[in-house]
Write a protein that binds this ligand. Sequence first.
Ligand SMILES: [Zn+2]
Length: 66
Amino acid sequence: MTTENTEAMITCPYCGSKFKKKVPSKGKHINCKCVFCHTVFGINTSDDCCVYCAYSDVKCPNSQKK
Ligand SMILES: [Zn+2]
């Protein structure tokens, strides 16, 4: 599959702003920087797969496969 241009709408847990970020087709992204308040937020690695699964409206390619 070549769906590499998926964009996720991430919601910042600190300021509540929403911003788009491209979902990478590979790798595990455990943190993300808010483009508005510049806070770097991470995930709870025991519960969440990655920042996309935890904070956005789309799931990362890893969990979409299931
Ligand atoms: Zn923010």
